[in-house]
Design a protein around this ligand. Structure first.
Ligand SMILES: [Zn+2]
Ligand SMILES: [Zn+2]
Length: 174
């Protein structure tokens, strides 16, 4: 497999034409609304829940229902133009797929902050592991979760406060 350089490749975002081609190939109806949703999604980078993206969509075209938005996001995923990511919460996030690039995610369980990460060693290691177990690798879901520095600082403060209170209580009991 050719090793695509991660940072040197220009980001080629997905296009509505690719979506139309997928739909046509699978004999599915490409409606004006679906086309508009795809276009809006490709012009709106980031990680969005259905609700967030639907709210954004409402500002562009309030006639489009949430179910249509949801179904179109699913179709974009099926076409390989979008990906569904599950962070620590149960709500799925959707993100467009940029050909020739790949990244994983680091997320904060407290505030939901998302950091995109790429590490050549991890990618290589995953390939070696698949080879070792004789698996043809099709992809991976890789989310690292923890606390971001701000939430960690906040937690440390709270713990200190609790320790203080407990110490006070202990002296009162004596
Ligand atoms: Zn946080
Ligand atoms: Zn991402």
């Amino acid at each position: 497999m050719p090793n695509k350089a991660h940072n040197n490749t220009p980001h080629t975002g997905p296009t509505v034409e690719q979506f139309v081609a997928f739909m046509t190939k699978n004999k599915m109806n490409i409606t004006a609304q679906r086309r508009r949703i795809a276009e809006a999604f490709f012009n709106y980078p980031g990680h969005h829940t259905l609700e967030e993206f639907y709210q954004h969509m409402q500002t562009l075209d309030s006639s489009i229902g949430q179910t249509t938005v949801y179904r179109t996001l699913k179709l974009l995923c099926a076409a390989g133009l979008a990906t569904e990511i599950h962070f620590t919460d149960t709500v799925a996030h959707y993100e467009m797929v940029n050909a020739g690039t790949h990244h994983d995610h680091l997320t904060c369980v407290n505030c939901g902050k998302i950091v995109e990460i790429y590490d050549r060693n991890i990618e290589q290691l995953q390939k070696s592991i698949a080879e070792k177990y004789d698996f043809t690798l099709l992809g991976h879901l890789h989310v690292l979760y923890g606390l971001c520095s701000e939430c960690r600082a906040q937690r440390d403060d709270e713990e200190e406060e609790m320790a203080d209170e407990q110490a006070k209580l202990a002296t009162q009991i004596k």
